[in-house]
Design a protein around this ligand. Structure first.
Ligand SMILES: [Zn+2]
Length: 341
């Protein structure tokens, strides 16, 4: 393993006792050797039994005392040379280290904005997953009034988007927001569309015309379909799917029009959790530099009462769809949808 010299230069054995990086486990080996870490283990050799015991204690965040620092400075410097120590500003302080639950820091990894159209329980699960995965800003777009704790009353002036943003910010402070004026996200990096049956067709046309990447998350009575991740002009689009579905079901355009992003979604808690992970993974792959992704995932409840099942397939650009023709303008695509639907 290469030794990060910059860390050595940054070694600070001053007032704050050192600690291992979050998640590092320590294992005692024979001959007073100590192995630190599981994925990229580092083995320290040539230690005395006291030094080995000291390193083993470091797995507990606050185990290192100032007396230890004085006595084992040479061991601490070895740990630092291997990049095993947490440094201020690069990791969570003791007691607040992320363990996969509880609050996050609100400082996202990706300087990206993801717009989530819809703010029901499924959309909220996806938004929370994105925020916890490190997406800097999640904007919810849903002007429907939020239901209060008692289902027959509504909270005056509070929309579902407000409710979703508030809930997520309780876990990841400052990550979630309500979409801007006009209830519309402004130039997000990705739009996630959560809808029952079929999304708002005008919204899809707008996203295609604006060359905006988007991910459909579509529910029905049995489960949720996620994908494909659409980059306009670079793979299958939602109209491609609509044409294919109409070829198999002549009534589909009338059904899709009656959904049009306005019906309530349905998904069990288990399917919601599975869907949120899959949708989040798809978005994060794009933010990591990925392109369009023609895969489509289906999370479905089993009829025998067992947990949900996840399947994957690849969808294709339909030859009749003009989405891949660079000469086709956005309003032409709208015309195409108008003919189809
Ligand atoms: Zn298409």
């Amino acid at each position: 393993m290469s030794i990060p010299r910059t860390r050595a230069a940054a070694a600070n054995l001053g007032s704050v006792p050192p600690r291992l990086r979050d998640g590092l486990a320590v294992f005692a080996l024979d001959g007073n050797r100590v192995r630190i870490g599981l994925a990229d283990p580092v083995v320290l050799e040539g230690l005395s039994s006291e030094e080995a015991a000291f390193v083993a204690r470091l797995e507990e965040a606050s185990a290192c005392t100032s007396a230890d620092v004085a006595r084992y400075e040479h061991v601490i410097r070895r740990l630092d040379l291997h990049g095993l120590l947490a440094h201020r500003g690069t990791s969570s302080p003791p007691g607040t280290a992320s363990s996969g639950e509880g609050t996050g820091t609100g400082t996202g990894t990706w300087h990206a904005t993801v717009c989530v159209v819809g703010a029901d329980d499924l959309a909220m699960a996806i938004g929370l997953c994105l925020a916890q995965a490190g997406v800097r800003r999640i904007e919810f777009e849903d002007a429907k009034p939020a239901a209060a704790a008692t289902p027959v009353t509504m909270v005056a002036g509070v929309t579902r988007a407000h409710r979703a943003a508030r809930a997520i910010n309780g876990w990841v402070p400052h990550a979630a927001h309500v979409a801007g004026a006009g209830s519309s996200c402004r130039s997000p990096d990705v739009t996630v569309i959560v809808a029952s049956g079929s999304p708002d067709l005008a919204l899809v046309s707008d996203l295609m015309a604006a060359d905006q990447p988007h991910l459909p998350v579509i529910t029905d009575e049995r489960g949720v379909t996620v994908g494909p991740f659409v980059i306009p002009g670079a793979g299958p689009c939602l109209t491609c799917l609509g044409i294919s579905r109409t070829e198999a079901d002549a009534d589909w355009p009338l059904v899709a029009l009656q959904c049009n992003g306005s019906r309530p979604t349905h998904a069990s808690a288990a399917v919601r959790a599975l869907t949120a992970g899959v949708a989040c993974d798809s978005v994060v792959r794009f933010l990591d530099g990925g392109g369009s992704d023609a895969r489509q995932w289906r999370a479905e409840s089993r009829t025998n009462g067992d947990g949900p099942r996840l399947t994957e397939r690849v969808v294709r650009t339909h030859p009749s769809c003009r989405c891949s023709n660079p000469l086709v303008r956005g309003d032409d695509l709208e015309d195409q949808q108008a003919i189809l639907f």
